[in-house]
Unconditional design. Structure first.
Lengths: 291, 327, 497
């Protein structure tokens, strides 16, 4: 192994980490901030990717524009599911909501197979199958684009959560629902809005997954696990931490894969995740007591 | 514990049922035998998961790993090392226990849902390992020596016996010290500690017993499949299946997993040609059960007037059991 | 059972705490406490809320590690051992809020202690021992009932039975009489007597003081985690410091009685009260905590609600705020019924709460906490302005505005809680135990602030444990005992009572 393959692994991994972060944003909000173990996360990503293909071919427009058209659709679906399916069990501890999301995931995944079949699909954009030179090393263009999209979305979400009045209400409602109710906050509506925002963010994750890789309905599970790793690495409840978590995961995977072979690449990430949970459960950027 | 005549009647009925099931292969079609084999498989898996998830309160999303380890151990021991079938199957259960002990140390430190996420990720890490490991045949998997695979009827008897034994074992555990300790931990971990329960050790017992049963059944079923590969044998679908059955049937009860297994197995067969529709319907039922029948079909049934009548009838000549039945 | 314990050689130390200290972050919950107990003695531990009584219990049981000091039991150091080992050595404890294994039957609950803590093997023998204990605590008729279905008294009995099932030599009883009515308290007293007679060593924490005084050989009085006094019950009731902490200093400067009379007449003139509670019954699940509670609060008043721990004060507030369902009765706010409203809508009407335990959002800054207080739409627009007024009232909050809520001291958190309640521009504020666990100087500050808030036109409903402090500021007050209003009147009338 030359120093060059190592560097290439690290750099490729770093930019791929941007994609990881973007894909995980939604989970960072719903699981990290709102504490709902949203195992439906992967299905949102894949459903968003299919939705993108459908809109693109129906309207004959660019997939990038489709991404924005799918936002309101995902918002409505997310809002309705949280408000009427998940909210009724939110006050019974984390496990019932986890199981509820688990049921939704089964329905969604098989619904996607039913509608779209099992053939693997991709989204074709001007970034597909192209590379660009960074420090003399060729990196897939879509990875670099992902990092930029990730930075914009994470920055925006960070500002929204920490600066806007609604963002503060979301944090209050998720830290202490009962007291938030006393403050006059309708916690059920806040939960639904938060979850719906999470659903819309999947629109970008789905676009990137579809452009950079191929996908089938069951691919969501893979991305769910990746996202868990990113969110826990970065720190529960920290939006900026998610970016850091993604980049660290991508880079270590890239370096690790250079050593032990690409086949074990995903395993490296999972082991880092377990190590982090053991050593520092609150993650890199998580505040004290947030685990 | 059952001393009166009506109690004997109950045992008699169960005995007749068991004998009937043992006679099924003599007159029934291969197809019927196969479906019943699947039913028993589902019962054993659900009982195993229920011991950990339902009675100990540990939502494990990693049980597929135990299943896969059992399957692979048996396959390699039989094909590479020429082990006899029975020994290979038992060794499969044993290796699943070893894995359970290893992962207990990190995962028991995770509370609540983090335990669920931790076990999910560990199982997936193991799957990726198996896909890449040359020794176990990598992505191609392993083939069992065809000549030494038992007949369908033998599998039927094995699985029937396993279902009866596992159900009996779980019932017995629940009536003993261990079972009480598990339920105490599920109800209130802090209070259990105050009452002298060693939390780690007690959870470990539950976890390893469950792993053993899951691994054992993985080994048997893998032999029946004759060829196994890591993608599906270590797949999360096995875990999903166990949880579906337990939640729909009734978590933390003995009868629940049996009812759930009957429901899931026959629904699956009725919709065999529409696999995705079957799973979607299962998902919808799963959600409705969590929302409206949090104690599952069996829990709901126990609340009905009809069920109470039956119980009263059995109890009317004296206490049958002191309420110490575990569900 | 347990006879062999006594056959062992002489024990030098039966039970001893040496310089026991526990810090949670900056807070020292238990501060250098030492005391010892001989076999068969009964120790009562008293102190106001937040004095560190329950923390001391948890430290003995090994729930958290000590910051400093040692705990010895029968010559063995038990601090640092896991809880399960400590209980197996022979220390049982009951919880203030019963912690049953709710899906297990009553008898099964006891089997846990017998089989694990007592380290016995046979389920059958365990059942027999369990039935003996149930007979002793008068719970035998419920042996096969699921413990989740028991009422409060039975749950308290079960707590005791569970602790006894460990076959303990030392028993920690945490608020065993809390929330019970007189007859029930008497019955439990008889039980404690029995235990004492049988030679058990007891440590009793109790708010119902006469229960504790009747049984204890000595009393340990705590305040702010420190030992205030250690003496016999007779001595302790004469101890000036203890009296002051417990009943509050008799403040000379009560409100001019003229003001009281005027507001008294005001309440007669006004036609409708601002808040009117009539025959309210409410509780948690099967457990009813409030019985036929009726009270009125008129605009501009400060009305006190006085009651001991477990009397149902917090339950009443939660019922007003629609956080728990009502069984029957009515609460109306300037003629609007609250019956059909949700919790967040009550706040929208103009009723703010400053809740016991402060409930600050720990991972939000002081400023953000205040902003959230202005969530109701009529307050949101004016939030900058209101915040300035809050900062004038509590300049400390302005200094700390960018600090996280969780990092504030207790007094600052209470200021923040009050400030946050003001942010919603309420017409009525409910204060629940503002003085909980705070130093006297800070309490004075807070009370001054409450008076200012009232003078600027906000009606105040003040819920307190401390009689004198409450009456020093209130116009009128109600006394709540075991879920019922037992007395009401003007502050002057009640002071004389």
């Amino acid at each position: 192994m030359t120093i060059n393959t190592l560097l290439a692994g690290a750099l490729n991994g770093f930019f791929l980490g941007g994609l990881y972060a973007t894909v995980a944003i939604s989970l960072s909000l719903v699981f990290g901030v709102m504490r709902l173990v949203n195992v439906t996360h992967g299905e949102y990503l894949i459903a968003a990717a299919y939705l993108n293909i459908v809109i693109t071919s129906a309207l004959g427009i660019d997939p990038l524009i489709s991404t924005f058209i799918s936002i309101p659709i995902l918002f409505v679906v997310g809002y309705a599911l949280q408000r009427w399916v998940l909210n009724p069990v939110m006050n019974k501890g984390m496990e019932p909501a986890l199981l509820m999301a688990f049921g939704l995931s089964i329905i969604a995944q098989n619904g996607l197979i039913r509608v779209f079949g099992g053939d693997s699909k991709t989204i074709t954009t001007q970034f597909s199958q192209r590379g660009m030179e960074v420090f003399g090393i060729t990196v897939p263009t879509i990875y670099v684009v992902s990092l930029f999209i990730g930075i914009i979305l994470i920055g925006g979400l960070h500002l929204f959560i920490n600066r806007s009045f609604l963002g503060k209400a979301i944090r209050a409602a998720t830290q202490d629902p009962e007291t938030a109710g006393v403050m006059g906050i309708n916690v059920n509506v806040i939960y639904a809005i938060t979850y719906a925002i999470g659903a819309t963010l999947a629109s970008f994750g789905g676009l990137l997954i579809g452009t950079a890789f191929s996908f089938v309905p069951s691919t969501g599970f893979y991305w769910l696990l990746k996202s868990f790793v990113v969110v826990v690495l970065g720190g529960m409840g920290s939006i900026v931490g998610t970016l850091a978590g993604g980049l660290i995961l991508g880079t270590t995977e890239g370096i690790g894969a250079a050593f032990v072979g690409t086949g074990y690449r995903d395993m490296i990430g999972f082991l880092i995740f377990l190590l982090m949970l053991l050593v520092r459960p609150r993650g890199l950027f998580g505040q004290k007591g947030s685990e | 514990m059952i001393t009166n005549k009506k109690g004997l009647l109950l045992i008699g009925l169960l005995g007749v049922g068991a004998i009937f099931l043992f006679l099924v292969p003599i007159f029934a079609s291969r197809f019927t035998v196969f479906i019943l084999y699947l039913l028993f498989l589902n019962i054993v898996l659900a009982q195993s998961w229920n011991l950990v998830g339902g009675y100990t309160g540990l939502i494990s999303l990693g049980h597929a790993a135990f299943f896969g380890i059992g399957a692979y151990s048996a396959a390699i021991l039989m094909s590479e090392l020429q082990f006899p079938f029975i020994i290979a199957v038992l060794a499969g259960g044993g290796l699943a226990v070893a894995f359970a002990i290893i992962i207990a140390f990190p995962t028991f430190r995770f509370r609540g849902v983090y335990f669920a996420i931790g076990t999910l990720i560990l199982a997936e890490a193991l799957r990726i390992w198996m896909i890449n490991w040359e020794f176990t045949g990598g992505a191609q998997g392993v083939q069992f020596p065809i000549s030494r695979i038992p007949s369908l009827n033998s599998f039927y008897y094995m699985m029937l016996t396993a279902a009866i034994v596992v159900t009996a074992v779980v019932t017995l555990i629940l009536q003993r010290k261990l079972g009480l300790g598990l339920r105490a931990i599920r109800d209130n971990e802090e209070s259990a500690q105050n009452m002298g329960v060693n939390i780690f050790r007690t959870k470990l017992f539950s976890f390893t017993i469950s792993a053993f049963m899951t691994g054992l059944i993985g080994a048997i079923h893998a032999t029946r499949l004759s060829v196994i590969e890591p993608y599906s044998i270590f797949g999360v679908n096995w875990t999903i299946n166990m949880i579906n059955i337990v939640i729909i049937g009734g978590m933390g009860t003995i009868i629940g997993p049996i009812i759930g297994a009957i429901f899931i197995t026959f629904l699956g067969e009725a919709l065999a040609d529409f696999y995705t529709v079957h799973l979607m319907i299962t998902g919808v039922i799963f959600i409705l059960v969590i929302r409206f029948m949090p104690e599952g079909i069996w829990g709901w049934f126990q609340q009905t007037a009809f069920a109470k009548k039956i119980v009263d009838w059995f109890l009317e000549d004296g206490p049958m059991a002191s309420g110490f039945t575990g569900d | 059972m347990g006879q062999w314990h006594q056959d062992l050689q002489e024990i030098d130390v039966f039970f001893e705490c040496r310089h026991v200290t526990k810090q949670f972050g900056a807070l020292t919950a238990v501060d250098n406490i030492s005391f010892s107990l001989e076999k068969g003695q009964v120790l009562g531990v008293m102190g106001p809320n937040g004095a560190g009584k329950s923390t001391l219990m948890n430290l003995i049981m090994g729930v958290y590690p000590l910051t400093n000091g040692d705990i010895l039991f029968k010559d063995v150091k038990i601090s640092g051992q896991p809880t399960s080992t400590i209980s197996s050595l022979g220390i049982g404890r009951t919880y203030q809020i019963p912690q049953p294994f709710s899906t297990l039957t009553v008898l099964e609950n006891l089997l846990i202690g017998d089989l694990y803590g007592g380290n016995h093997r046979s389920v059958k023998a365990g059942k027999a021992r369990g039935m003996e204990i149930l007979d002793r605590v008068n719970l035998i008729q419920h042996a096969h009932t699921k413990s989740g279905q028991l009422g409060l008294l039975d749950l308290k009995r079960l707590e005791l039975a569970k602790a006894l099932s460990l076959n303990p030599e030392l028993l920690l009883l945490d608020e065993i009489a809390g929330g019970l009515i007189d007859r029930e308290v008497e019955e439990l007293q008889g039980l404690i007597d029995d235990l004492k007679q049988s030679g058990l060593t007891l440590i009793i924490i109790e708010h119902v003081l006469n229960v504790m005084f009747a049984h204890s050989d000595k009393i340990l009085a705590l305040n702010f985690g420190q030992k205030l006094a250690e003496a016999t019950p007779d001595e302790i009731v004469k101890n000036e410091e203890v009296i002051e902490v417990y009943l509050g200093k008799e403040e000379q400067e009560t409100r001019p009685s003229v003001a009281k009379i005027s507001s008294q007449s005001k309440s007669q003139i006004e036609e409708t009260p601002l808040l009117e509670i009539s025959s309210l019954n409410a509780g948690y699940g099967d457990f009813q905590a409030l019985f036929d509670v009726s009270l009125d609060i008129y605009e501009g008043e400060i009305v006190g609600l006085i009651g001991l721990n477990g009397a149902g004060k917090t339950t009443l507030i939660r019922a007003i705020a629609k956080q728990i369902p009502w069984i029957s009765g009515e609460v109306s706010y300037s003629d609007t019924s609250l019956a059909k409203l949700k919790s967040h809508q009550v706040t929208g009407l103009g009723i703010a709460q400053c809740i016991e335990g402060r409930q600050i959002f720990p991972r939000m800054t002081v400023k953000e906490n205040l902003e959230i207080g202005a969530y109701p739409s009529r307050a949101r627009q004016k939030r900058e302005e209101t915040m300035q007024r809050v900062f004038e009232l509590f300049p400390k909050l302005q200094e700390r505005q960018d600090q996280l809520g969780g990092t504030l001291s207790g007094g600052e958190q209470q200021m923040l809680a009050i400030g946050r309640a003001l942010m919603s521009l309420p017409a009525l504020i409910i204060f629940d135990e503002v003085s909980l666990g705070l130093a006297p100087l800070i309490i004075e500050d807070l009370y001054r602030a409450i008076r200012e808030i009232n003078e600027s036109g906000t009606t105040v409903f003040l819920v307190e444990q401390n009689v004198h402090r409450s009456l020093s500021i209130a116009d009128r007050a109600y006394i709540l005992e075991r879920g019922r209003i037992t007395l009401s009147g003007t502050a002057v009338e009640l002071s004389e009572n």
